[in-house]
Design a protein around this ligand. Sequence first.
Ligand code: HEC
Length: 101
Amino acid sequence: MKKLMAVMLFTALVLFLMVPSLSWADDAAASYKAKCAVCHGPDGHGKGAVPSLVSDKVKKAPDAEVEDFIANGGPAKKATHAFASKGVDAKAMVTYIRSLK
Ligand code: HEC
């Protein structure tokens, strides 16, 4: 009986922890569609002058660097990518980009 209680508590805890992280993933996906897909494409492959977000370059870049590019426009502070001031969670966006194939 005690064991069953423990299993139930554990399951409840896991569900509780999963719900916010799932909605947060949805947020990044929705935000990507609304704010990035126009240029980088729905699956991040880019086109023309717009670089792919699933390139080896981006894959090898540290999270902090990609995050800075999205939030502040990177070292050159590109205004087009100052998304921190446009309501984008750059950290969640990096995780989302990493999930694209
Ligand atoms: C207006 C078109 C446009 C939009 C919208 C846009 N990007 Fe970009 N993005 C570019 C271009 C062009 C570059 C090329 C880099 C540069 O400007 O130096 C780039 C570069 C990048 C890079 C660096 C890639 C590399 O190879 O170093 C990342 C990461 C990135 N964008 C992520 C995003 C994310 C995430 C969003 C949405 C929040 C977004 N971009 C929205 C056009 C866009």
